[in-house]
Design a protein around this ligand. Structure first.
Ligand SMILES: Cc1cc2nc3c(=O)[nH]c(=O)nc-3n(C[C@H](O)[C@H](O)[C@H](O)COP(=O)(O)OP(=O)(O)OC[C@H]3O[C@@H](n4cnc5c(N)ncnc54)[C@H](O)[C@@H]3O)c2cc1C
Length: 466
């Protein structure tokens, strides 16, 4: 049945897309094309007023609603079957204040577009005489929204040095279930501010503006990708573990990756990618243990700019694939020889060249210095996270790829804590409150009761009322 949109469309500034619209299919597709959810309405909002109107409309029509930013939710919970999608992906303003080193941005904008303004186009001379810009605390994917990333934590290459995305948040504006615009900070709705820093799309409202502190970063840094033949996987795993065991300097940010080179039709390789978060002159010593590993298959490690390096990495992302992501945080001793055997053996059996295993959430340093109860983000003590990412194009390949990732994760389970990063959400997870939020869950439930007592922002994995 066609929805009567007349009550909404008269004052709505953005666009309203229903299944009768030729734009519907494009508007509905998520990064993970395995998600086939068909909403009744996608309300592409232009501002907070549109957000409030879309929420009001969904409630009046008694339709379920979901919130969508960049559309990268691993399990598709930013869409709702037969309901209203409040889509804030087009709200992409950037207001940069160089004097305070902060930026206030719309929820839909990606980190590269922020960095372009604050890091590439802005310059100042640091106390060391080098030229600097101000970088946002982003990850490498240019189309992940800053809000979706930050609300669930937000790991990027600057994390060990400066903290998670959510640790950079100074204030946020949120439209609640009654259409009120609330401002949350350390001094305004501090409990909501605590929850927004880590609870993810857990259902308090729609965030329409975020203010971040930014990070001084030299215009020239040392970083890139270095890869070795897969036969050396165990040796490289060992070197990577030793690189970070008891490491005091938190400025070397290297992730580990099992992938295929050339991607996706080549041979398996093991690679490290990332950067030294500081002056290039200091990077040589930090990279010495990596270079001591001998001749790689290839290496692009060298002087670059942070924006260029992140842009190049983002260009490696393939769109339009189906996926299933599983993973978890390693126990204190779990990143060991037995785990290395499991990972090397299982990866080689992957049915798809698009699949990968990433140790992409390198923690420690500034992330670990924040107490686990200081924000809703609970996973502060772990150093390594494994993401087993099955990716494939066609439906006929789904069963084999899902079986591969399920079996792989089961084999690795003894090495993991059971905690799961809420931004790599797995909708089949039985005890998701414990896995995502640990001891912080009861407090999140009390805040849910206060800000969304009717559970309007309900998803299969939103915070439950107490
Ligand atoms: C290719 C790829 C690379 C990634 N790289 C990283 C990385 O390097 N580091 C990292 O930490 N994570 C990374 N992620 C995970 C990513 O941060 C999360 O999936 C994030 O939630 C995506 O946000 P989105 O808005 O793009 O997605 P969406 O699917 O639109 O939304 C994700 C969740 O956030 C909620 N949400 C989004 N916007 C708002 C808002 N304004 N107000 C309230 N709720 C909102 C949605 O309801 C949904 O529950 C990556 C994901 C992908 C697919």
């Amino acid at each position: 049945m066609r929805l009567d949109l007349s009550a909404l469309s008269s004052s709505f500034r953005g666009s309203l897309i229903t299944p009768y619209d030729p734009d519907y299919e494009g508007a509905r597709v998520l990064f993970n094309t395995r998600v086939r959810t068909r909403p009744a309405l996608i309300a592409r909002c232009a501002d907070a007023g549109d957000v409030a109107a879309a929420i009001r409309f969904a409630r009046e029509q008694e339709l379920p609603l979901s919130v969508r930013g960049g559309g990268h939710h691993a399990s598709g919970l930013s869409l709702v079957e037969g309901g209203v999608v409040v889509d804030v992906g087009g709200m992409r303003d950037v207001v940069f204040d160089p004097a305070s080193g902060t930026a206030t941005v719309g929820p839909g904008i990606g980190w590269r577009d922020v960095d372009r303004v604050t890091y590439a186009e802005h310059s100042f001379t640091g106390p060391d005489g080098l030229e600097y810009g101000l970088a946002g605390p982003g990850g490498e994917c240019p189309t992940v929204s800053n809000a979706g990333y930050t609300l669930g934590g937000g790991y990027g290459p600057l994390g060990r040095t400066f903290g998670l995305g959510c640790d950079h948040l100074l204030a946020a504006e949120m439209v609640d279930a009654d259409g009120r615009l609330l401002r949350a900070s350390e001094t305004e709705h501090p409990d909501l501010f605590w929850a927004l820093r880590g609870a993810g799309g857990a259902g308090f409202g729609v965030v329409t503006s975020l203010t971040y502190r930014l990070n001084p970063l030299p215009k020239t840094v040392v970083g890139g990708v270095i890869a070795w033949p897969f036969e050396r996987a165990r040796e490289i795993f060992r070197a990577y573990r030793d690189l970070y065991a008891n490491r005091a300097d938190d400025r070397l940010a290297l992730c580990l990756l099992l992938t295929t080179e050339p991607y996706p039709d080549g041979e398996p390789v093991i690679a490290m990618y990332g950067m030294y978060v500081g002056p290039p002159a200091e990077a040589h010593e930090a990279f010495a243990p990596i270079h001591a590993l001998g001749e790689p298959l290839f290496s692009s490690i060298g002087e670059t700019s942070y924006l260029d390096m992140m842009t190049v990495m983002g260009e490696e992302i393939v769109y339009g694939l189906q996926s299933k992501w599983l993973g978890g945080y390693f126990t204190q001793t779990g990143f060991d020889e037995d785990a290395f055997d499991v990972m090397a053996e299982r990866f080689e059996r992957s049915p798809s060249g698009y699949s990968m295993v990433r140790f992409d959430l390198l923690a420690g340093g500034a992330i670990a210095r924040v107490p686990a109860d200081a924000t809703a983000f609970a996973h502060r003590s772990a150093l390594h996270y494994v993401s087993i990412i099955a990716q494939w194009p066609g439906d006929e390949e789904s069963a084999a790829n899902v079986a591969w990732v399920d079996d792989f994760a089961a084999a690795l389970r003894p090495h993991l804590t059971g905690e799961v990063y809420q931004n790599y959400a797995d909708r089949d997870l039985a005890d998701w409150p414990a896995a995502y939020y640990g001891a912080n869950y009861p407090r999140l439930q009390r805040i849910k009761q206060e800000y969304d007592p009717s559970d309007v922002f309900h998803t299969p994995q939103s915070i439950r009322l107490p």
